[in-house]
Design a protein around this ligand. Sequence first.
Ligand code: SIN
Length: 446
Amino acid sequence: MVTTTRTQDLASQLADSSLFRTKGFVNGQWVDASDGLSFTVTNPATGEKLGEMPNMPRSQIQEAIVASKTAFPLWAKLTAHQRQGYLLKLFQAMEENANDLALILTAENGKPFAEAKGEIAYGAGFVSWFAAEAVRTYGHTVPSPFPNTRNTVIKQPVGVCGLITPWNFPNAMITRKMAPALAAGCTMVIKAPAETPLSALAMCALAERVGIPPGVVNCVTVEKGEREAACGLELCENVNVSKISFTGSTPVGRLLMKQSSGTLKKLSFELGGNAAFIVFDDADLNLAIEGVIASKFRAGGQTCVCANRIFVHAKVYDEFASRLAKKVKAFKPTVLVDVPKECAIASEETFGPLAALFKFEDEDDVVVRANDSEVGLAGYFYTKDVSRTYRVAEKLQVGMVAVNTGVIAQTCVPFGGVKQSGFGREGGKSGIDEYMIEKLITIGGI
Ligand code: SIN
């Protein structure tokens, strides 16, 4: 098995070189930019060129939206079981091509091959999860206060979706949106990240291969800067796009929300985090050190749920700090101890392999400090006390709490935040609802 990539000949390293695509995917066609412009994608580890990608003008984003709108009635009309069939085939195609997908991902994102393989499994997990959910979009009936009236609530796909995804998980952040959208009966325009478009396009190649009809999945590519801004604006302002799902920074989330206000789109945003990781004095320190390493250093510290502020009880602080530093010496990261609370790291997301340790003495105080953030995505704590487990979990102002584990992400649970970490949930039971609307049918005269 190949575990490293020499990027100039990435295509030739793949068992199936047709997964290496350097054109956009619009209405079932592989296309260059209509005005011929392009931009270069490079391997961040080596700086080597991976490919020239179409730098599409705004008019081409409009074409992709039209294609998606045209495909919508046909895709929405399929039975849920038919859409499930496509998703199961897509899952199988991902499994069969996992090695190639991981090679592409490593080359354009730079994460180690083993992590890339893990991400492909995680990404495929969303496809299998939502294949199962496709046939469970139950409606409900509601007793009416009027004697001759009956109420039924059904769920329907929201329509064309604009999916805007980040570079840190080039595969899984696509499938986390694409799979529920497909399952619900929506069509989509994916705006691939400028840094990592190849993984998105490889997914389009698989979607095409398993027979998903033209126009259902479209993927546009744009260079950072003017054309990226124009693409985001078009997706937000175009009246034919009914929903935007975005994973990225809080400032960009605010901008997209503003831009979507004219057309009042359904939105779900997974934005920045600033996770507190609290080690109480009764914690199992072995478990806590294992957990903080899993959380802090996953993807090189470049996830929204990475531990950002590590609060350690004064009684175990020195032991924890020295044991963590010993472990971390084996990597290229840094551990900072006794960080003053005025430091930028106390309030800003680091997005890198830097572990900042703060001392605390009191449960109430540490909860206040943990909540002292404008964002609220994930929070972690370690304790053996069951009462404290509920007390602290309920008080943390975040969308996800992990107790005695550093791993939150699973396809089967809702992922999302509160405060300025955004709204909406991805994965889990509620993930498909982000792509559906509830419609009431009330019947009188019975
Ligand atoms: C993210 O960093 O946005 C997602 C991380 C995850 O799914 O665990």
